[in-house]
Design a protein around this ligand. Structure first.
Ligand code: ATP
Length: 240
């Protein structure tokens, strides 16, 4: 089966530092994939390249058979790549509903009736358990709910690939449990690429794990393979 996402030789250099260094990566449709690795391994830079937030130094990115290496970020969103990043990015003065509406309007506006837009927004809020908080200002939501709101902002775009960068950071144990259920649910209709430091979450959610170290892929495999991989243990798991 054709992969949903493929990168070949993907590289991003900053003043001689190769943050991402010749990465060959492939993601199948419907997967939940986790990318793990020590701080500074290049995980965020890698997904930023996929989203078009930063341009690559060299290499290619193909999404659903189309070369998107030089495609502007907003067009990648229209192709179905949505992401939420490490830093909380909600607009605190807007309601939860309007936070979800903003990116959805920009992306789904092409020819779709307003009722469809409203349905997509409400569905994303319901999915994340925030429907009854739709009219609350985002800044008044708890930290955990703000993180869920970011996921809702991505979901309303009806993504084919949802990229989540450290989504469980700062969440309580019960919030993490709820989040894992949500990701499984999302994975029934979208492919999920997850950067995650919480190894319990990674081992439980991911079907396959990609381990990055110093800009390169160090290992890739099923959770049990990664757990048993000595190079991974040396570079990462042992240092936790
Ligand atoms: P973390 O788990 O801490 O988020 P990471 O694996 O996501 O780490 P990146 O944030 O991708 O790692 O960073 C990879 C390397 O690239 C680091 O050495 C970082 O300092 C460097 N880097 C990232 N962005 C820039 C930038 N805009 N300018 C210069 N160097 C950068």
């Amino acid at each position: 089966m054709t992969p949903l996402l493929t990168t070949r030789g993907l590289t991003k250099a900053y003043d001689g530092l190769r943050a991402v260094d010749g990465v060959d990566f492939s993601l199948a449709t419907g997967e939940i994939r986790a990318i793990i690795g020590p701080n500074g391994a290049g995980k965020t830079t890698f997904v930023s390249l996929v989203c078009g937030r930063v341009p690559p130094t060299s290499g290619t990115i193909v999404f659903d058979g189309e070369d998107i290496t030089h495609m502007p970020a907003h067009l990648r969103v229209r192709r179905g790549i949505a992401y939420t990043f490490q830093i909380t990015s909600v607009f605190p003065n807007l309601s939860a509903y309007d936070n979800v509406a903003l990116p959805a309007q920009r992306t789904l506006e092409d020819g779709r009736a307003k009722t469809h837009l409203h349905a997509a927004i409400m569905s994303a809020l319901e999915h994340t358990g925030l429907a009854d908080r739709a009219n609350i200002q985002a800044g008044a939501l708890s930290y955990g709910h703000q993180r869920l709101l970011e996921v809702a902002m991505g979901l309303a775009l009806k993504p084919r690939l949802l990229i989540l960068d450290e989504p469980t950071q700062g969440l309580s144990d019960s919030e993490i449990d709820g989040f894992m259920g949500l990701v499984r649910d999302i994975a029934s209709s979208a492919t999920v690429l997850l950067i995650e430091h919480n190894m319990d979450v990674v081992m439980e959610l991911a079907r396959r794990i990609t381990v990055m170290n110093a800009g390169k892929i160090l290992a890739e495999g099923m959770p049990e393979e990664i757990r048993a991989d000595e190079a991974v243990q040396r570079a990462y798991l042992g240092t936790e």
